[in-house]
Design a binder for this molecule. Structure first.
Ligand code: ADP
Ligand code: ZN
Length: 557
């Protein structure tokens, strides 16, 4: 095979691949079906652009974003790579020209909008073109679980089947799906609904090592507004809030501290919004306080701080928002101000149902479907809460969530890694009990089951877990606090959850050494003995666990 690095340099002028890119390009070139999950801006497009240059035939790229399509086509043509786009915003004449070039086999890449596939003449043209790869960009649009469902995406499986392969082989061309949305539900949907056959899955690029991650517990709005100016300081900052009112209040608090801040949300007049956007772009305005749904237009590569005054609805949303920090590669800080009461706001927003944002496909849903979605949103929220609550490495927690193999814990540059302290003998003993529990359970179970086993809540457990020597070993503790210690053990690099959806817990070599007493210097973020809120709001099922009081009495730290 051609040397990919040479080809990368020759055609795109880059000297090296970024993380994951080479594996991705190779998988696509080799003709596998591929699912690539990489964040926006990480260089996903190269995963189909470079193969398109190297392979015989035309690579068909389905993309719903007309402006992005145009950018990519312009960029490719500038590099001397023949590419064209087909979408409804182009004059008929230009479209005919592109079709002609495609038919003649002159194009390395042909970008098309998904609604083209609803047109029979277009499908007819497709049959004439020798297709190297069928690429579905923004592939999460096929899933109703995603944030941007597009019914036309459901046509793509059939459309790919109607394509002729450039290599003359029978069957459809190899299919590659690209997305920045990494949740398991969306991924499963993509594989199923696009009909990917034994796809190679490439997940990478989620780590943003220059962004320092922090969670700062606060007792309420007063404390939030008190600490906010200090967190912003003289840094160019984005502040995210759950509601318009909270965005307004954050801006007011900053203005009162003499900081040039402006709110930014859908409730503002166009002129006010443009003013904020332009002010931020020009640098005159230091801070924009946006609602989560509405931070899109605000962009600068040199944002140094992103502060969330309310917990966002999901880790995907959170990571996307903090991803606006430090795009110039310089150090940046992302801080989540964490108050359990804010979860209520999020729950309210979920119960109220999704807003139909402009441009989003409107789908009529039956009530069962609506309920299913709300349940999914609640699940996402719980994962976000678990992040806010974790004593483990914050970066590791996010990367594990996305399934990015780059997760290395402890990362050394997050608030929790910074707070690691040495354990005393009691603490070590406690941790060794947890490690033994994981080992006795055969490293085949996840956090929740292991914690339930250790505290002796056996009713819902699989049979093998009900009669281990470690079953009930920590019966004086709450499942919640044991789970926090498990997280802390992950953060300390003693425990590693598996990289699949089951997240079964296993021990690292260091974890084994600690369990066996061979290593005594154990550092971790010691979870507070108190349950810090997740279950306080009446979520606890009655009789399930003894509650914070008893656990505090018995707890030695
Ligand atoms: P995505 O599709 O993931 O949002 P793009 O493919 O548009 O991101 O890439 C983002 C930017 O990164 C582009 O400007 C691209 O030229 C650049 N880029 C991609 N791969 C590399 C690389 N290996 N080296 C340097 N720059 C790269
Ligand atoms: Zn860390």
């Amino acid at each position: 095979m051609v040397d990919l690095v040479t080809a990368l340099h020759e055609h795109f002028g880059h000297t090296a691949f970024r993380a994951g890119q080479e594996d991705l390009v190779r998988a696509v070139v080799e003709g596998h079906d591929v699912l690539a999950v990489m964040p926006t801006g990480s260089g996903k497009s190269l995963g189909f652009q470079l193969p398109a240059v190297l392979l015989p035939g035309t690579t068909l790229v389905v993309s719903p974003l007309i402006s992005l399509m145009k950018d990519q086509v312009d960029e490719l043509n500038k590099r001397g790579i023949r590419a064209a786009a087909l979408h409804s915003m182009l004059p008929g004449e230009v479209r005919r020209e592109s079709m002609k070039a495609a038919r003649a086999g002159d194009l390395r890449l042909l970008y098309v909008a998904p609604e083209r596939f609803a047109s029979d003449p277009f499908i007819g043209v497709l049959r004439d073109v020798a297709i190297a790869r069928f690429v579905v960009d923004e592939a999460h649009c096929v899933s109703e679980w995603g944030h941007d469902f597009r019914p036309d995406y459901r046509l793509l499986r059939h459309a790919a089947g109607a394509c002729r392969r450039a290599d003359g082989q029978p069957g459809r061309p190899p299919l590659s799906a690209f997305t920045a949305t990494a949740t398991p539900e969306v991924r499963d949907d993509i594989v199923e609904l696009l009909g990917l056959a034994s796809p190679r899955v490439v997940v990478s690029g989620f780590d943003r090592p220059n962004i320092d991650l922090r969670v700062r517990p606060v007792s309420g709005d007063y404390e939030k507004h008190a600490v906010l100016p200090g967190l912003v300081g003289n840094h160019r900052s984005l502040v995210y809030a759950a509601t318009r009112r909270n965005a307004e209040e954050a801006a007011t608090a900053l203005q009162a501290a003499g900081i040039a801040a402006s709110p930014y949300h859908a409730g503002l007049k166009d002129t006010e919004r443009t003013k904020a956007q332009d002010g931020f772009a020009s640098g005159a305005l230091h801070v924009v306080c946006a609602t989560n749904a509405f931070g899109m237009g605000i962009d600068r590569p040199d944002v140094e701080a992103v502060i969330h005054v309310d917990i966002p609805g999901s880790l995907e949303a959170y990571y996307q928002e903090i991803g606006r920090a430090g795009r110039d590669g310089r150090p940046a800080i992302a801080t989540l101000l964490w108050n359990y009461a804010d979860v209520k706001t999020r729950e309210f927003l979920i119960d109220r149902g999704r807003e139909d944002l402009p441009g989003r496909a409107k789908v009529r849903l039956d009530p069962a479907e609506v309920e299913r979605r709300k349940e999914l949103d609640r699940k996402k929220l719980r994962r976000m809460v678990a992040y806010a609550d974790t004593a483990g490495c914050l970066r590791g927690t996010i990367l594990r969530y996305f399934g990015d193999p780059a997760a290395r814990e402890p990362c050394g540059s997050c608030g929790n890694c910074d707070r690691r302290t040495p354990l005393d003998a009691d603490g070590r003993l406690f941790v060794r009990k947890i490690l033994s529990g994981i080992a006795r359970a055969g490293e085949r179970y996840g956090r929740r089951k292991i914690a339930a086993m250790l505290v002796g809540l056996v009713e819902d457990l699989p049979e093998p877990l009900t009669r281990l020597s470690t079953t009930g070993l920590l019966r004086e503790h709450t499942p919640r606090s044991v789970e926090q210690w498990i997280d802390a053990g992950c953060g300390a690099g003693l425990i590693r959850p598996s990289n699949d959806q089951y997240r079964t817990l296993g021990l690292t070599p260091l974890g084994r050494d600690v369990m066996a007493g061979r290593v005594e210097d154990v550092r971790m973020v010691i979870p507070s003995a108190f349950d810090n809120g997740l279950f306080r709001a009446g979520r606890r099922r009655r009789g399930q666990w003894p509650g914070p009081r008893r656990s505090r009495k018995r707890s030695v730290w």
